[in-house]
Design a protein around this ligand. Structure first.
Ligand code: HEM
Length: 529
């Protein structure tokens, strides 16, 4: 019962009587009220008007990115091994079970697009912890296209369907994508992963997930460490080959969505292990010469191993796609005590973007009250009113401190589980500039290429050749070949050959030398770390 003592809506469509939204039982829903059998219909027909009006407003805007997705409920069980680095209860306490809702997605396609396209995949996890909601809003590729969030609208505009005809596979969409990534060479590492087999996963169940950014974890004593989050699928990492992906897109555009739902239905619950790479928080925000604030860089697992800290199991399909999968609102700013952000300029922009876009997508500021977004712990936020307010607040003084409602609520310090930010030193002039380390755009793509097996390299060459072949501006193709020449001469020569163009000559120019630690990692082909 709510504060006004009325029953909560059950949403059960199997109730005995059909009613209006006002609860009035209906005798007929097939015939409008007309002036005589031959009409016209009467304005006084409240049931006709309510039914049509509600239908007219059924659609909400799709997400500006990651519009196409599939989701499931599950549980996360902590191993307890993270207690040494974080005070977040749901990670630190051995055996603690936390309910989760996980949404997988493609990035660029619209809601009705096919699942098996070549694209990055979203891997967003909402942990309903007893300390509040924590969202780990990750992808299946460990690096991102851009280093600074101010370019996010640009990279998405370049990758979305062409503005005139909205045809994703038309020439001009390929022109804009390749134009952008060849002009912004920081995208090279992400493009290498996207053109590899990782760009066409076999199933959501067989995808890795990555938090991408470095996060700052805080332990019970206030000690801090920088970490990168990894999801490792228990079923292993598997991809489709291009021909399979093409056929699946035609025969069953819901290939991944169906696979996830059917696996859960059959009791073959998908599982992932959550792991962290733990790096020193020594004030440099770097590790072995790798800038941890640069989201286009990985920290190779050979340098910093991934340590398992818990297990995720998806065991329940959504009951309502709209109420759950569509209305769920992930936000990188949904953090709990023990997990903090860093100065990564991509992360900083994300901290603004998610809440902002959801104000439009979900119609105002009260979407955290939707059942799928509601924390599973007490909420007392003093936020009032607004569109779609469903909470009937009690008490007379919606501010604190006050002397009217007994002064409540109290504020929680760290010892009471309050979210107290760990002091983080910030200094420097306000400038629009990157640190020099952000200029190294090629050493990690080169490392990625060298880590591939011969068949994986062949797939990569085929993907570059096919996708660049769709581009109709010669200068753009040549510029991307010049980018590939910086990564690997063999890769560049093979793609150039496939395109019927000459490979650029001359030595690759590296803006920053490869760090000594990196140059020792993966020199022979082998599985991707
Ligand atoms: C969804 C912005 C980078 C992962 C979204 C949405 C926006 C957005 C506006 C739609 C949210 C909604 O309507 O609910 C941005 C911006 C970025 C950025 C501005 C860079 C500055 C990233 C990165 C990752 C990522 C680096 C992965 C590490 C996701 C995922 C979703 C998403 C998984 C879908 C969430 C869902 O399933 O509902 N992003 N994003 N984004 N983003 Fe980002």
């Amino acid at each position: 019962m709510t504060a006004t003592n009325v029953p909560e809506p059950t949403g059960d469509q199997r109730d005995r009587f059909l009613t209006t939204a006002q609860g009035v039982r209906l005798p007929d829903t097939d015939h409008s009220l007309k002036a005589g059998e031959r009409g016209p219909s009467l304005l006084e027909d409240f049931h006709l008007r309510e039914k049509i009006t509600h239908f007219d407003h059924e659609r909400i805007p799709e997400r500006v990115v990651h519009a196409r997705g599939a989701a499931a409920h599950g549980v996360f069980t902590a191993y307890g091994s993270a207690a040494s680095v974080t005070r977040a209860h749901f990670l630190a306490e051995k055996g603690r079970e936390t309910p989760v809702f996980v949404r997988f997605s493609t990035v660029l396609g619209s809601r009705g697009s096919a699942d098996t396209v070549r694209d990055t995949r979203g891997f967003a996890v909402k942990f309903y912890t007893e300390q509040g909601n924590f969202d780990l809003v990750g992808n299946n590729i460990p690096v991102f296209f851009i280093q600074d969030g101010i370019k996010f609208p640009d990279v998405i505009h370049a990758g979305k369907p062409q503005p005139d005809l909205e045809i994703p596979q038309a020439q001009s969409a390929h022109d804009t994508f390749w134009d952008f990534v060849s002009l912004h060479t920081e995208a090279t590492h992400h493009v290498m992963w996207a053109m590899s087999d990782r760009g066409i996963p076999r199933s959501y169940r067989t995808m890795e997930g990555f938090g991408v950014h470095a996060f700052r974890l805080v332990d019970a004593e206030g000690g801090t460490a920088l970490v990168k989050f990894h999801w490792k699928p228990v079923a292993g990492v598997h991809s489709l080959v291009w021909e399979e992906a093409q056929i699946a897109a035609g025969v069953d555009p819901d290939f991944h969505r169906r696979d996830l739902a059917e696996a859960i239905e059959a009791g073959a619950f998908p599982e992932w292990e959550l792991g962290i790479q733990v790096m020193l928080d020594d004030g440099t925000d770097s590790c072995e010469g790798i800038d941890l604030l640069d989201p286009t860089k990985i920290v190779p697992e050979e340098l910093v191993p991934v340590q398992p800290i818990g297990r995720l199991r998806l065991d329940r399909n959504p009951t309502s796609y709209f109420a759950e999968t569509e209305q769920v609102a992930f936000h990188t700013g949904n953090l709990v005590p023990g997990i903090e952000v860093t100065n990564d300029p991509l992360m900083q922009a994300r901290l603004f973007s998610y809440l902002d876009t959801q104000l439009t997508r979900l119609g105002g500021p009260n979407f955290p009250q939707l059942p799928i977004n509601r924390p599973h712990c007490p909420v007392n936020d003093m936020l009032r009113d607004g569109m779609h307010q469903t909470v009937v607040h009690t008490g007379i003084a919606p501010y604190r401190p006050n002397s009217l409602d007994g002064g409540a609520p109290v504020l929680a310090g760290a010892q009471d589980g309050g979210y107290v930010q760990t002091p983080r030193r910030i200094e420097g002039n306000a400038v629009r500039a990157n640190p020099a380390s952000f200029e190294d755009h090629f050493s990690q793509p080169a490392m990625f290429y060298r880590s591939l097996t011969p068949i994986e390299r062949a797939h990569l060459v085929e993907a570059f050749t096919f996708e660049l072949g769709k581009c109709c501006v010669q200068a753009v193709k040549e510029r991307e070949l010049a980018v590939l020449a910086q990564v690997d001469a063999e890769l560049c020569a093979q793609v150039a050959d496939g395109l019927g163009l000459p490979a650029p000559t001359g030595q690759p120019v590296r803006a920053v030398p490869i760090s000594p630690a990196l140059s020792q990692v993966v020199t022979e082909p082998g599985p991707v770390a």
